[in-house]
Unconditional design. Structure first.
Ligand code: 5GP
Length: 196
């Protein structure tokens, strides 16, 4: 990959750890942090918006774009029918413009990204206790028991990969986790919001 001026930030963590909420808070607080909207073949959940939460695309289109080299990385996250991927167009132009781009992707995707961007700032969000993942996934109530069991299994496997990340943040209290990540980004040089 060519030299870029911006910074790539990767946030991962097992399903149910609360990383989407953390990311939403970070984005609201840090105007210089820009989210990359991933593409996926999974159907939208209630309330999710195309082009905002994900680019929801059919499998054929995903395949076509994968072959065309449109993805920086992509994988079949749950070993089933759903694919997820980071689009080059979501990332490259922003990095070239000097922006900070944040990806919320899984461990496999992170490892691919690190091969292309060894300087990516990687952050892994962990639960205080692994049992909390099960409780939060059940609380979400959006999926079948089989899908939840599979997510939990994947989540536990992901927890075992946390050591691959440069920073690990325990989400014991949401506000603290958000503060900690904001501080990691600040120390890495993310421009502060302009004072008002
Ligand atoms: P969900 O279906 O709950 O939105 O996301 C499931 C998992 O897919 C999460 O662990 C999330 O980090 C991962 N994911 C979302 N977008 C991407 C992507 O573009 N690439 C990869 N490798 N994983 C992704």
């Amino acid at each position: 990959m060519s030299t870029t001026r911006g910074q790539l930030v990767v946030i991962s963590g097992p399903s149910g750890v609360g990383k989407s909420t953390i990311l939403r808070r970070l984005l609201a607080r840090l105007p210089h942090l820009i989210p990359s909207v991933s593409a996926t073949t999974r159907p939208p959940r209630a309330g999710e918006r195309d082009g905002v939460d994900y680019h929801f695309i059919p499998l054929e289109e995903f395949e076509r774009r994968r072959k065309a080299g449109d993805f920086l990385e992509c994988c079949q996250v749950y070993g089933r029918q759903h694919w997820y991927g980071t689009l080059v167009d979501e990332v490259a132009p922003r990095l070239a413009a000097g922006d900070w781009v944040v990806l919320e992707i899984d461990v496999e995707g992170t490892l691919s990204i690190l091969q292309k961007f060894p300087d990516a700032l990687t952050i892994f969000v962990e639960p205080e206790r692994p049992e909390q993942l099960d409780e939060r996934l059940r609380g979400r109530g959006t999926e079948s028991p089989e899908a939840m069991a599979r997510r939990l299994e994947v989540a536990l496997r992901e927890l075992a990969e946390a050591h691959r990340y440069r920073h690990r943040v325990v989400n014991a209290r949401l506000d603290d986790a958000v503060d900690q990540i904001a501080e990691i980004l600040r120390q890495a040089g993310l421009p502060e919001a302009a004072a008002t």
